[in-house]
Ligand binder design. Structure first.
Ligand SMILES: [Zn+2]
Length: 176
């Protein structure tokens, strides 16, 4: 069984300007690369809600192009993203995959042989923390992106300044 760190993309790895999908707006968040580099013993998996697609703000192709750019930039920095799980639906669609629903984590458990009880979820929103907890992962709220706004309501195992701080905490709290 593999251990994974599930990571929200916008506001956690890359700057979130709201429904971000244009490559010209791509900007890594400080310490994101440094943090992810510490997590070599884990499968790194992006889990992202992209309701901008369901709302008609941009196309799935736009999402893909932008996401590929993010993954490629990380790859150039020696970081392998195993897979990106994306929910393209609008909140009103009541789909099965939108965070905080745990479908994508259960999918990863099967598809990639992940032991969720030994895995972690990092995000900048309450829904990220909630999804992680509901799937049995330890969950971290980062205070980048929307993190400061979401802090009050999120029941995280740890509140991290950024991905580097989160990665250090994961390494300290991985007791397996
Ligand atoms: Zn969905």
């Amino acid at each position: 069984m593999n251990k994974a760190v599930f990571i929200d993309r916008d506001g956690c790895i890359a700057e979130d300007i709201g429904f971000v999908h244009k490559i010209k707006n791509f900007k890594l968040i400080p310490n994101a690369v440094e943090g992810l580099r510490l997590l070599k013993n884990y499968k790194l998996i992006i889990v992202t809600n992209q309701s901008g697609i369901g709302r008609g703000y941009f196309r799935f192709e736009d999402f893909l192009q932008y996401n590929n750019r993010v993954v490629e930039e990380l790859r150039k920095n020696g970081i392998k993203i195993e897979k990106t799980y994306v929910c393209p639906h609008a909140p009103d669609d009541n789909c099965e995959c939108r965070k905080p629903k745990t479908k994508f984590l259960k999918d990863a458990e099967k598809e990639l042989g992940i032991d969720l009880s030994k895995s972690f979820m990092i995000g900048d929103k309450k829904i990220d923390v909630e999804m992680g907890r509901n799937a049995g992962c330890k969950s971290i709220l980062v205070l980048t992106g929307n993190g400061l706004k979401e802090k009050e309501n999120a029941e995280a195992d740890y509140f991290a300044d950024d991905l580097l701080d989160a990665a250090k905490w994961i390494k300290e709290n991985d007791n397996q």
